[in-house]
Design a protein around this ligand. Sequence first.
Ligand code: SF4
Length: 380
Amino acid sequence: MYKIYKTKTILNTHKHCDGGWFWDKYSAFPYVGCEWGCEYCYWRDEKYNPHKASRDKKVSEFDDAFSQYIKAKENAPELLKKALKNKPIDLIYLDNYQPIDSQYQYTRKMLEVCFGLGFPVFINEKSPMLLRDIDVLKKINKKSYLNVGWSIITNEDNKIRKIFEPKAPLVQTRFEAMKKLSKDKILTGTVFMPILPFIYDDEKNIEAVIKKTKECGGQYVLDAGLTLWGYCGEYFYKALEKYDSDLVPKYKNLYSNPKLLAEYTIEIHNRVLKYCQKYNLTPYIPRPVSFYPKELQNNKKTAEKFYLEARELQMSGQGGYKEWAYRKGAWALDDLNEDVQKIYQNKGLSGIMQIEGIGKSLADKILKVEKNNNNFIKRR
Ligand code: SF4
């Protein structure tokens, strides 16, 4: 069921960019819920589920309101235009195309707003419907930046995939769309999330997805594991039971033991790294910086290295203090209004240490990264 309504706000501005992952600073969603209804989708968790905030009594009438009750924000494009007008240019995340968009075209209209105002865009996509708007997408790509990540968990369109992605478009159509974008020189790749334990985590599936990404002109593979928080876990277990009830206790054992889960996550992530190396793809999305003021691009690139370190530590289960130190260092660099190289040139290491959030050890690391830059300016 669909409901068309007027929303009060459309733009989410995040305190920090989604460093190491999609790099977005803003996000905007023209629809509430997702008709593709993947069984593993973490958006169903109480923490994210957009339906919970709608205070709409209809929600209780559905088994799975998230995928069965789609609300469309008819004023999304005009609100987006107003909201972005006075915002600094930065990356905006637009979520995937919904079937209802063929009728209302709110996603297209929002893309036109982004193009008009010169905002770069990232789309995490499940549907080749996106190609309908290739004209606008190409214009955004030419004017600022566009990246389309294809949400893919397996290379095979078979009964098993149907259990976990009952309504999503065929994987092969996603790969074909990836190929088309790549031919149009648009950055694209695979968002390999979640890698389902004991179902899609084997060498064969991981290599097949990565190899196919390469063949279709994708440039990266970004992987992550399955999250089973709250209602999202409760919902997923029903699908797992349908697939293979013997896996339920295996999952429960894995997800109730943080040490085991960390070891497992490292093993699977290493598998992805191995095949990314084999097929010469990056296991991350390179940070786009061309739309930032010239004098800040160097800081953003150095911050990228810190964000990626933090992500690797997080993925390898060695998070904690070190991971957060890197992340905080990246935030400090992102918030800086002056080129860190200039600071060093004028004030030396102590100048870098005066930046809020940067201690001696991070200052040394910044300097090391900067010294590897071709454009490194020596201290006067
Ligand atoms: S397409 Fe994406 S947002 Fe929609 S249900 Fe599937 S995983 Fe969730």
